[in-house]
Design a protein around this ligand. Structure first.
Ligand code: ATP
Ligand code: MG
Length: 449
């Protein structure tokens, strides 16, 4: 703004000065013309006519003889001229004895004509000065107004912004002080601050959810490991109270080893889940024919199914369905689905394993006709240690599905549970090898989940 005001000032002042210069030049040209045509007498007549005060002109004239006696013009005597750098002369007008006593500055140029006659042509700069003063006043006051408005506007705007940030800060303080359910209030205007608040709130929600999940998991772990440890301890205690007998001790130690193995298996499963969820570096994904993989698994579980009086059926296409995967991890995941189906389906039921593809994804489904899982429980069974009420009597930790989901996600796939008339269908979807390669290329190496 200052630069703009300065520019306006310079342009106006330069324009005024140039106009004065041009007016004086034109006047001189006119007078010279008269002098040439009509001689000194003509010049005197023209000057007298032009310097008539009734014309109200700001032009100044003085024609003097060689002894500096005025011959014509509106100045009473020859002024003290001061030559300026621009070639013009300046003098103070009040010195000339005119009735206007305030000191004006005038700009002039002078000539010596034939016979020592001197001519001075000039212009009173009073109007220019007045104009310049008006411009300066206008520019200074508009500058001051702009400064004031700018300051007030700036203060108001920054106050508003800072107030919003302060609200966020205060909420942050409260949350850190333990009020975890606090959220940043929204103004509803949808501006950047609202969006920031929304994002932070969403982040806080997610953190709270994760924390709740974590707490649930730790609680579950503590609870689920406490009972077997308690059983183990009381068994040993009982053996010590009873009559000492090598036979009995051997028996109890045998059982204790069994329980300790169970505990170790649980820990291993927990660690495996954690590792898979963190994007295990052990997962070396290699091309794998999912159809052959499923047939191998079915062969492996055939005897188990037979023993329990279940029919295990496998339906796969003859041609290979290639996915990229870690054989060991995938078989642990899928084996748990088959084990679940065999475990929870009553004798006489049928378990069906099928592998299909739709061009981008390979689908491995394990379907049974057992009791199934109610729709509203189908997400929760993926939580660590979560088991349906009805399954509490069967052996298991409730970790199998958690591990399966972590492993499948590590492979860039999904696992879902659905109904099967009576029964359950667990479906694992994995990207086909061609799609999987693209997926891997687009992901950073240690982030393949
Ligand atoms: N095919 C199924 N039919 C009915 N219920 C099932 C089936 N599969 C899983 N469930 C239910 O989901 C729960 C969680 O399954 P998950 O495989 O995670 O644990 P688990 O089988 O109980 O124990 P683990 O697999 O650790 O030995 C089971 O306890 C059971 O209640
Ligand atoms: Mg299981």
């Amino acid at each position: 703004m200052l630069a703009m005001l300065a520019l306006i000032y310079w342009q106006t002042v330069i324009y005024g000065t140039r106009q004065t210069d041009e007016t004086i030049d034109a006047e001189i040209t006119g007078l010279a013309e008269q002098y040439r045509q009509r001689g000194l007498a003509g010049l005197v007549a023209v000057i007298n006519e032009r310097s008539n005060p009734e014309r109200g002109s700001s032009m100044l004239y003085l024609l003097t003889d060689q002894r500096q006696h005025p011959l014509a013009g509106n100045l009473s005597r020859w002024p003290d001229l001061e030559v300026q750098a621009d070639g013009w002369m300046r003098f103070r007008l009040s010195d000339d004895g005119r009735r206007d006593s305030s000191p004006h500055i005038a700009q002039a140029t002078s000539f010596v004509l034939a016979g020592g006659v001197q001519l001075l042509v000039g212009r009173d700069l009073a109007e220019n000065t007045a104009f310049r003063n008006r411009i300066v006043t206008a520019l200074v006051s508009s500058g001051a107004l702009m400064l004031l408005l700018g300051l007030v506007g700036g203060i108001v705007l920054s106050r508003r912004a800072l107030a919003r940030i302060e609200t966020i800060n205060r909420t942050g303080d409260l949350i850190m002080a333990g009020e975890f359910s606090r959220r940043i209030p929204l103004k509803g205007s949808g501006d950047e601050f609202d969006r920031l608040a929304q994002n932070l709130n969403a982040m806080l929600d997610q953190i709270e959810r994760l924390m709740a999940g974590m707490r649930q998991v730790t609680d579950n772990i503590a609870h689920d490991l406490r009972s077997p440890l308690g059983r183990l301890r009381s068994r040993i205690e009982m053996a010590l109270i009873e009559e000492p007998s090598t036979e009995r001790y051997r028996d109890v130690l045998q059982q204790t080893i069994g329980e300790a193995d169970q505990l170790l298996a649980t820990f291993t499963a927990l660690l495996d889940i954690a590792e898979a969820e963190a994007g295990s570096p052990r997962a070396k994904l290699v091309p794998l024919d999912l159809a052959a993989f499923a047939r191998d698994l079915a062969d492996l579980y055939e005897p188990v199914a037979e023993e329990k009086g279940l029919a295990l059926k496998i339906e796969t296409a003859a041609q290979p369905i290639e996915v990229r995967g870690d054989r060991h991890m995938l078989s642990r995941a899928v084996a748990n689905l088959v084990e679940n189906a065999l475990k929870y389906t009553p004798t006489g039921g049928t378990v069906r394993i099928s592998v299909t593809t739709d061009g981008t994804m390979a689908r491995l489904a394990v379907a049974d006709d057992g009791p199934g899982i109610p729709p509203d429980e189908r997400e929760r069974v993926f939580d660590r240690f979560y088991r349906l009420e009805a399954s509490r009597t069967t052996e298991g930790n409730g970790l199998g599905l958690s591990l399966a989901r972590a492993v499948v996600r590590l492979h860039g796939g999904t696992i879902t549970l659905g109904g099967n008339g009576p029964g359950l269908v667990a479906t694992v979807s994995l990207p086909l090898a061609a799609t999987a390669e693209q997926f891997e290329r687009s992901m950073p190496v240690n982030n393949r989940r």
